[in-house]
Write a protein that binds this ligand. Structure first.
Ligand code: GLY
Length: 363
């Protein structure tokens, strides 16, 4: 089954299609634009090319098959201004024009970097996203946030540039490592807490199918996450208000990742712990009933995500939270949950309460 969600009301509309038929649709679209005399420039990484090079082939323009493809080294280190400059150079040497299309074929790193290149080359060319990880399928490929890292922090230079097409094929998830897969599950639980409760029920009742990576189950879960995110982005494309709710758990999560080291704590683990700390803060600040956190602990554990982190030193984590790029002169605008499906953003939280959040995830 194939599903389709349209993001309208944004500066550039975005069509998101998903399901088993998504790859066939992508190949069809590529053939259509090629017939119209346009070219597609595919950015990917070595791992994705090794696993899914065959699915990429119909997208690659150029007689030799080389000029339309840029293969990056995998990993967050490649999401740099230097990599963007290499891609700008590649596009300009190939004579890419405004109506040609950059195709980001890979996970969050590829999507953010290729998206940033598309947003900036010739002040903006067309972008298609083909996300291959669970994290990029439920979150980063949708909504137009694109960026590169600086030595001083992640995503410090970026833009809003909506992909005109996002193609989400559940089969890609079968080749992810366990750690990459759990990174996405952390985000899925975030969406379940933000949305109306039905997704949380699905995650609780279909845990076995989720862990077995059943394509039909995952396709429906991804669709629900994307539908929720699309509605939030339509309301607040440039992240001035409500879009902040998508950071639930991430203020703690990012601080844990940067303090402990990105290799020590995978993103999914950081989001899992961050969500629990944010729920503990919500109990204090907005009166979230305590049984919600107990329920989420059970779910995260069943999904194989951590719910405790021994040996945390609180002060460096609090400092990192203060340095978060979302912090303003007025302090950290924290995202709390009044109840499942009722998030609140911009909440001022003092350090003592943040410590209580950290205590909740420390054995
Ligand atoms: N990943 C959060 C957002 O797109 O706003």
């Amino acid at each position: 089954m194939t599903w389709r969600i349209e993001l309208v009301g944004t500066r550039q509309p975005s069509v998101i299609v998903g399901g088993e038929g998504a790859l066939a649709l992508l190949a069809e679209r590529a053939a259509m634009v090629r017939e119209a005399g346009l070219r597609t420039f595919v950015v990917t990484d070595e791992n994705v090319k090794a696993a899914w090079g065959g699915s990429m082939a119909p997208l690659i323009s150029g007689s030799s098959g080389v000029e339309g493809l840029r293969v990056l080294s995998p990993g967050e280190a490649g999401k740099s201004a230097a990599s963007a400059a290499i891609c700008w150079d590649w596009l300009s040497k190939a004579g890419a024009r405004r109506d040609d299309i950059v195709v980001a074929f890979g996970g969050g790193m590829v999507g953010d970097l290729a998206g940033f290149v598309a947003a900036t080359y010739l002040r903006g060319v067309r972008l298609w996203q083909v996300p291959t990880t669970l994290l990029s399928q439920v979150d980063s490929s949708v909504g137009g946030k694109v960026a590169v890292n600086l030595p001083n922090g992640k995503n410090l230079v970026g833009a809003f540039h909506q992909p005109e097409l996002v193609v989400i094929y559940p089969g890609f998830l079968s080749t992810l490592s366990a750690s990459e897969y759990s990174s996405g599950l952390g985000e899925v639980v975030k969406y379940a807490l933000l949305s109306d409760g039905r997704l949380l029920d699905v995650l609780e009742t279909k845990t076995a199918a989720i862990l077995a990576r059943d394509p039909a189950t995952l396709s429906s879960i991804v669709e629900q996450c994307v539908a929720f995110k699309a509605a939030v982005v339509e309301e607040d494309e440039t992240d001035r208000g409500r879009r902040a709710i998508l950071n639930l758990g991430h203020t703690f999560g990012h601080a844990l990742e940067s303090t402990l080291g990105y290799h020590v704590l995978p993103h999914g683990a950081a989001v899992s712990l961050g969500l629990l700390a944010a729920l503990a803060v919500s109990e204090v600040v907005v009166g979230l009933p305590t049984d919600t956190r107990a329920r989420v602990v059970r779910l995260l554990a069943n999904l194989g995500l951590p719910t405790r982190m021994p040996g945390l030193t609180f002060e460096p984590i609090l400092e990192a939270m203060g340095r978060d790029k979302k912090a303003t002169a007025a302090g950290i605008g924290f995202v709390c949950l009044d109840s499942i499906g009722a998030p609140r953003w911009g909440v001022r939280v003092d350090d003592e309460t943040l410590r209580r959040g950290l205590k909740a995830i420390t054995p």
